[in-house]
Design a binder for this molecule. Structure first.
Ligand SMILES: [Zn+2]
Length: 457
């Protein structure tokens, strides 16, 4: 009897295992390493307790039932760029840094998971918080020798046939020489409706949509969450719209990139980074709401393309690691660089701005570092702390200052670039068990195909 029961249970689980992922979400936190996850969860715990006591909060995905690690090296380097890792995550193949959806020699185009699912009748959505022609989203729809071929990448978007795109804008709509046909017109000629507000997107009945920021906003990326205005888009708002547009039909594949986790990490700006992490986590919550309605048909996978910044969380030499200070940071590195660039500016004014906006007091050591950085870049050479000056290298100055600020908040960066460490993978839903343990980034699209019962040839 017991044997029969066990056989029946086995048959039932085999049937369930035979189900197909019909609604598939792939979230890519660009630059999201374990340090970013840990520091953000420390920050969430500190904010919740309103005290600088050790603890761990939770991002929407860190308690998913399945988790693992992915290696990220590219064909040309231990340290990948977003083009090669995007190609790995989209197409399941290693390539050289810089290539988009093509092999090392740039002689052969790969077929991404998005095209494979589209061919099987799934609707496809590609969304990001940076420009839609940037490397990570591009790897899902474009085939170009270089990630810098923004115009050509946007032309590939026009002919992709995918159903929904959203991002900040297009980097090079008139081509490098600024003399080409506007690529927005080419996209429209290929059947897309281009909308530049969330409400226009909501009300549009178009079958193929491209949602961008208004032309009055930067086209390269959404503003950092920490600097956002009330009408700026969030990843949660665009994910909600994407689901609405894609849900009718046989199924969908939606890729959501948190692109500015990477940008904040390149700037060693931990206060901005944790807010970008929360922004993507809020978008995952939208997907989780959907999953709860269709748990047997939905798969949600979260990963990163690589780690950025070599972020360590605190150190035992510095017991005064002030994670709660991240909450008191009021502005991003962008605002800091703008303030530095606004001449005339004195050392006293810069220091006062940092204290006001970065949530730190300036210690004796910080003061020595800031003063020397200011003097190196100021003209005329400051006679005293109140000498009005013009500063050069304000972008680089901003990054150096943010490295110091972040260290005071518990985020110790080791580089302004990417690193080669493994990245986390989280999964929930139909087929999620495929994503456990140590895998390579090229496995991820193949496992998604397996969950969707599609043969990967
Ligand atoms: Zn990067």
């Amino acid at each position: 009897m017991r044997k029969i029961f066990m056989l029946a249970a086995f048959a039932l689980s085999a049937t369930l295992a035979g189900a197909q992922a019909k609604y598939i979400f792939l979230f890519i936190g660009d630059g999201m390493g374990f340090g970013a996850v840990t520091l953000t969860e420390d920050y969430l715990a500190a904010v919740a307790a309103s005290a600088n006591k050790p603890g761990s909060g939770t991002l929407a995905y860190s308690t998913f039932p399945v988790s693992g690690f992915a290696t990220t090296y590219s064909a040309s380097s231990w340290v990948t760029c977003s083009a090669a890792s995007g190609t790995a995550l989209a197409c399941g193949s290693k390539t050289r840094n810089g290539r988009i959806g093509m092999n090392e020699e740039a002689t052969q185009s790969f077929t991404s998971i998005a095209y494979r699912l589209k061919e099987k009748g799934y609707k496809v959505g590609i969304t990001t918080s940076v420009s839609i022609d940037h490397a990570t989203p591009a790897a899902f729809y474009a085939h170009q020798a270089s990630r810098n071929m923004y115009y050509e990448i946007a032309q590939d978007l026009a002919t992709s046939g995918f159903d929904f795109f959203s991002g900040a804008g297009l980097v090079n709509p008139l081509g490098k020489d600024k003399k080409q046909e506007n690529v927005v017109d080419i996209i429209e000629k290929n059947g897309y409706t281009v909308v530049r507000s969330l409400s226009d997107c909501q009300t549009s009945t178009a079958q193929k949509l491209l949602l961008l920021q208004p032309e009055s906003k930067p086209q390269s990326a959404y503003p950092y969450v920490i600097d956002k205005a009330a009408d700026d888009y969030t990843l949660a708002s665009t994910t909600t719209l994407a689901i609405e547009k894609l849900r009718s039909g046989k199924g969908f594949f939606l890729m959501v990139e948190g692109g500015k986790i990477d940008w904040a990490s390149h700037d060693n700006d931990a206060g901005s980074m944790v807010r970008e992490m929360v922004d993507m986590s809020d978008a995952v919550k939208v997907a989780l709401d959907f999953y709860r309605k269709y748990p047997k048909q939905t798969l949600i996978v979260i990963t990163a393309d690589h780690e950025t910044g070599g972020l360590g969380v605190g150190n035992s030499e510095n017991s005064a690691t002030g994670v709660l200070g991240l909450a008191n940071q009021k502005a991003s590195v962008d605002k800091l660089a703008q303030r530095l660039a606004k001449a005339p500016v004195s050392y006293s004014e810069v220091k006062a701005w940092i204290v006001e906006n970065m949530g730190i007091t300036v210690t004796y050591d910080d003061d020595a570092m800031l003063r020397s950085l200011f003097a190196q870049n100021a003209s005329p050479k400051p006679a005293n702390d109140d000498t009005p000056c013009t500063l050069k290298n304000t972008g680089a100055m901003g990054k150096s200052i943010m490295r110091m600020v972040s260290a005071r908040h518990g985020g110790g960066y080791s580089t302004f670039e990417h690193t080669g460490t493994m990245v986390p993978v989280y999964a929930i839903g139909e087929g999620s068990q495929l994503f456990s343990g140590k895998i390579d980034n090229t496995d991820i699209p193949k496992k998604i195909a397996k969950a969707a019962k599609i043969e990967w040839k």
